[in-house]
Write a protein that binds this ligand. Sequence first.
Ligand code: FRU
Length: 524
Amino acid sequence: MNKILKGTALLAGVVLLLAGCKQHSEKKEEVATEMQKDTLWYQENYRPQFHFSPIAHWMNDPNGLVYNDGIYHLFYQYYPKDIVWGPMHWGHATSNDLIHWEHKPIALYPDSLGYIFSGSAVVDKNNTTGFAKNGETPLVAIYTYHDPVGAEKGTNTYQTQGIAYSLDNGDTWSTYENNPVIGNEGQKDFRDPKVFWYEKGNYWVLSLVAGDHAQLYKSQDLKSWKLMSTFGQGYGDHGGVWECPDLFKMKVEGTTEERWVLFISINPGGPNSGSATQYFVGDFDGEKFTTTQKGAKWVDHGTDDYAGVTYNNTPNGERIFLGWMSNWNYGQKVPTKTWRSAMTLPRDLKLTKINKQYYLESYPIKAFHTIVEDGVASSTKIAANEIFSKSFEKLNQSVVSFTTQNKNFKINLKNNKGDVMTFVADGDRHDFYIDRSKSGIVDFEKDFSDHLHHMNIADLSTNEYEVKLVIDVASVELFLNKGQYVMTDIMFPQSPYTSIEVLNTSNETMQINNLKIQPVKSIW
Ligand code: FRU
């Protein structure tokens, strides 16, 4: 399809889709008018081509990640009137492969109890809620109500938990008449419920955060909840508020050992400034989460993977993760004009044990390869202190991968404007870092570019690096050794990067194997 046609088709789709939301016609008109200004949706400057981003306006956390009846749902924190954060709604998109997305009408709107903050969704297969009257399977969303008036007045009871349900696999939603289902007895920052069915105990378990710790609750019907335990004080990092918990069981790769993993996002206080997601590996006995791990470990060491959580009810029990590809330090200032921010690629999570340490590995899901074009693998040698460089027209929408045993090298992504995004392996110091200070437009916020982003790679699983860079216009996801170490950073080059350099910074010849640069197709 040519660009204009594609834009027009999209516009028609969106207008139709918006026509579905009866009660909110003023919003429908607003978005439609905005859309007519530019029919080239998904062609804008800095628009990711294979990551999810909303058609227009502000997006933050992924919410309500759930699979049901052939459909993966992605709900997200959404403000449909501006490109900065505002009264939160749940935006909605669906997919049958987690790669191609269809935009849906907004699922949840602010109501008399407040804005709709982050939360989760479950498939209530046994109709424990009683919401289904005619044999349907309810999808139930569990989220935080944020009362802006209470917050403004400085009370500490302004966040409560509510539920809403859909009897048509997510197309239409009703809020529960007796909300909130968890009230607030005086805890600031009391939010982001994540629920799962605890098979062994035959009940629902909910984790939420309350400032500096997580709280676990149980319920038979998703409506009446009992507090079971708390976790957090003295564990992990506390440089900021705890947010967006997620608790789930994982098998340790290659063993029969089972462990529970708890995600806690933290903002500020991330390892490279601002927002980041820490995880704990431990046990859950149906009531309490316990761990011997005192310090924080990070799901992603980059600056741009926040509030990530995993899918409920996946077809084969896979643990699939999505994060918000931005950072509260500058997310509202990045130089995009009609929308702001995107999600990470969907990633498959694995738990491994290396040198007696647990590692949560994350790697693009298999289905990603359906849009990655073939590439020819080559090998090359780079003499000590020499540079290998290659021009590649579609570098800014590609996967670059190679292996090497050389421990010290630099990778530069470059354009014709003199911008350079740099990745450095400093094996001698067990360090891998990103320098985006000259990557393009960086002056919208000091914190965006005034420091390097480091990652300690002391436990690298093999004696070689397997490097994968997934580049999508304004973001790079770096996966080392199949996702043992991960960094995600966004950037805003003044023109697309079209050449790549590898600099051998060691004193020995650098052998590179399996070098591939593979273009990735647009999903829009
Ligand atoms: C995380 C967060 C959540 C909250 C939501 C509000 O990014 O702050 O804790 O529910 O965003 O949009």
